[in-house]
Design a protein around this ligand. Structure first.
Ligand code: ADP
Length: 542
């Protein structure tokens, strides 16, 4: 950061220096185009106070204009006699006018409208200043000759001469503004003028400079072609390029340069707008990501609170329920004979409901404990997991006369051994439970590799599930059957889903009623898992 005082001193000095340079430069007018009856020259020095005005506003612009930038004309146009009192100050006003608008645009910032652009506000100035040439200037000239220069005897200006001057002013003003605009778009110039960095400054500088060079290149090419192919002059190539140029060629080459400058400005403006839009998108994305993160944290907290609640409720309900069930069973056993048949029936129901509620609470506790325990991420041998599961379910297998076919080899996965065992005990238990009446369950376990994951399938020949329930059955308490048909709590699959998610996996079902079901779980394979912590990966894409 440049300190404020130093900044102002620098600006004052540069403004004065620019003014003085401009003063000298104005004595070397540059021909823009030259015809027999028309010669348009540009007072290039005017560019200096204009640059100051556009970059730093009207105060510094005026200083630069008064320091010399717009004062050479007192000498240049002294032949106008009294006319200089209008012709010269009007240029200082021009610099002031653009400085005021530059300040206005700076203050307005992005809300600035197209009609605040210098090319548009210039028109207003032109109308008034040229009207002054038709009236005030002509009137002042009528007082000639002035006492300080009695040689000036002309005291009448023809309208045709004023028409010519007006056109010349218009053309030179726009050329000067265009050059200033181009320069103030180039990075190093902006830096010099301590102007703020524009969005996409690098590409703007690059494009504008490239088009400027293209204009110069076209100028040189045209000069070379004309010099070698069409010209009989004995000038050197350098002279043909820089000074001895025919009026027609001068006009054409300046046109090349102007078209290139305008194109450069337009392209760079388009790029800058695109850059700004991209920037905005990036900002919005960052904002969105942050909000998603905040929401996720909030959700996780709420989820945790809910799980804590479920855990403590089910935990606290267990003790009173146990005593209700226990005493009910004692009464049922010891004092059943005191009750009539109806009473015995009611008591049987109480005992049954007590047991059912006990199962429900146990399952709920297991479910909420799933996420509470520290989860490990290690190589888990599915072979061992299935052995444990089959051992745990040996009673059910025997009761249902079921068969479980395992593949010869199952790969290891990356995850938590307790959660994995929980998943397969639940899936195999369901496969054994939901078998077709009179058809012993046959369960086939298989696996397939998918990209870097392993998908394990547990397929049964059971009653199957209608497609509209394929997602719902993974919700807690979602059951499709009555207790009489198939006893259960509706928590098993919800806990399978939860366990799979904790390990960064996914579970789903493919099934049709009467045709069995295939439950599939996608795990990280042991060899490819990179993270040291389970549950880092939230979703696995198909
Ligand atoms: P529960 O078995 O205790 O009812 P689950 O969450 O394990 O609860 O299962 C939810 C529902 O999904 C079950 O009630 C059952 O209707 C259905 N289901 C689960 N596994 C199978 C299966 N292998 N075949 C058919 N239906 C199944």
């Amino acid at each position: 950061m440049v300190p404020g005082n130093y900044r102002i001193t620098t600006k004052v000095m540069v403004s004065i220096l620019f003014g003085l340079s401009a003063f000298i430069l104005n004595f070397h007018a540059i021909n823009f185009a030259q015809f027999v009856e028309f010669k348009a020259s540009i007072l290039l020095g005017l560019l200096f106070p204009l640059l100051i005005s556009l970059a730093w506003g009207w105060k510094f612009g005026l200083l630069s204009a008064l320091a010399g930038g717009c004062q050479s004309m007192w000498w240049l146009w002294r032949t106008d006699g009294y006319g200089v009192f209008y012709a010269v100050p009007v240029f200082t006003l021009w610099i002031l006018w653009h400085g005021i608008w530059a300040d206005y645009r700076k203050n307005k910032g992005p809300t600035v409208k197209w009609y605040h652009s210098m090319y548009v506000v210039e028109l207003i100035f032109r109308i008034f200043s040229e009207a002054g040439f038709y009236t005030i200037f002509r009137w002042l000239v009528s007082f000639n000759p002035p006492p300080w220069n009695p040689d000036i005897i002309w005291n009448h200006v023809s309208y045709s001469w004023i028409h010519f001057v007006v056109i010349k002013h218009l053309v030179t003003a726009y050329i000067l503004m265009l050059i200033a605009h181009v320069l103030l778009n180039i990075g190093p110039f902006r830096k010099f003028f301590m102007m703020p960095h524009k969005p996409g400054q690098k590409s703007t500088t690059f494009v504008v400079s490239a088009f400027l060079l293209l204009g110069i290149f076209l100028w040189i090419i045209d000069s070379v072609v004309v010099h070698y192919a069409f010209s009989q002059s004995t000038d050197s190539l350098l002279t043909a390029i820089t000074s001895n140029i025919s009026p027609r060629d001068l006009f054409v080459r300046n046109l090349f340069l102007l078209v290139c400058l305008v194109s450069g400005l337009l392209v760079s403006r388009f790029l800058a707008e695109r850059h700004a839009a991209n920037q905005k998108i990036r900002e919005l994305n960052r904002d969105l990501e942050l909000r998603v993160h905040q929401r996720t944290v909030q959700l996780e907290e709420t989820n945790k609170e809910l799980e804590d609640f479920v855990y403590s409720v089910s935990h606290d309900l267990r003790a009173p329920l146990r005593s209700i069930s226990g005493f009910a069973e004692i009464i049922n056993r010891r004092h059943k004979s005191f009750l009539n048949e109806e009473g015995q029936h009611y008591f049987d129901n109480i005992v049954k409901a007590g047991r059912q509620m006990g199962d429900l609470i146990d399952d709920l506790l297991k479910f909420s404990r799933l996420g509470r325990k520290a989860i490990t991420s290690e190589n888990v041998s599915l072979d061992d997991v299935f052995k444990t599961a089959i051992k745990t379910l040996s009673d059910e297998i025997q009761k249902t006369d079921g068969r479980i076919n395992l593949p010869e080899q199952i790969p290891d996965i990356q995850g938590d051994v307790t959660l994995t065992t929980h998943i397969f005990i639940n899936l195999l238990e369901n496969a054994l439970k939901y078998h077709q009446p009179n058809l012993p369950p046959v369960i086939n376990v298989s696996f397939e590799m998918k990209n870097q994951d392993v998908v394990v399938s547990v397929a049964d020949n059971g009653i199957g599930i209608a497609p509209e329930y394929h997602e719902k059955i993974f919700n807690i308490f979602q059951r499709l059957h009555s207790q009489e048909d198939y006893p259960g709590t509706g928590i098993g699959l919800a806990s399978v889903k939860k366990a799979a998610h904790i390990m960064g996996g996914r579970v789903w079902v493919e099934s049709e009623p009467g045709k069995g079901s295939v439950f599939k779980i996608r795990f990280l394979t042991a060899t490819t898992a990179q993270t040291g912590k389970a549950g880092i990966r939230l979703n696995i894409d198909d």
